[in-house]
Design a binder for this molecule. Sequence first.
Ligand SMILES: [Zn+2]
Length: 268
Amino acid sequence: MKKVVLAGSLIILFFLLMLLFPKKDEMQSTMAKDKNTYPFYKAENKERYLKYQNQHPELEEIDVITRVNLNLDQPFYTNTKEADNLQSSSLLVSKYRYLKEDYIPKDLEEISSCVEGTRLLVKDARIHFEKLCESATKENMKIRAISSYRSYAYQKKLYNNYVQKDGVELADTYSARPGFSEHQTGLVVDIDNYKTDYNHFETTKEFTWMQENAYKYGFILRYPKGKEEITGYDYEAWHYRYVGVDIATAIHNTNLTLDEYYVRFLEK
Ligand SMILES: [Zn+2]
């Protein structure tokens, strides 16, 4: 009888221990139950999710999946692929998603207000930038487009100059490699207020105005402060990306980066 009780106790103890220390497989099953929980969950990334989750226990499951889908578990500029949604305002270009050397956006047009010299944007972005400019001007804001569309060849020259000056490692933190620059999309505008150096745009009243209003015209601050790990870029208060009013509004309301928004809601 005693033996039976002892055996029974051992069995109970065994199951208690199983509960406390689940097998590896059971631990894994707590990660991303299925595609119904997160429609952007990718079964082929399972091992990477688990590895990344172990390395970043502070992250929520949804952020683990998002970041791995962005390729952030790999060093920048590795596992790169051509961007999809080409010629669309929701296109994502990052340190993992590039544009080919011969990629030229359709409908590039010259900006006609809040600009000096010749600066080009894709038609829809150009129209919305000019609307933004008109509203800003009415409120006594001074905004000037200082850089917009850049060709692959131009970015190559720019990046190589930075590399010569600062070396690859440092240059990579503030300049995109050719093909990886968002400026090649024709959907990006860098701005200043005519007098403060663009590097200090954050300190201007125009910046505050942009924070409150840019999304209404379809523009977002593309590389926000505190999101450097996700975007791969230092904070850039002057760099605005056109994504259309709907996506800009969603991003404004959720505080996500375009990278995160893209893999969660736009990627097929
Ligand atoms: Zn820029």
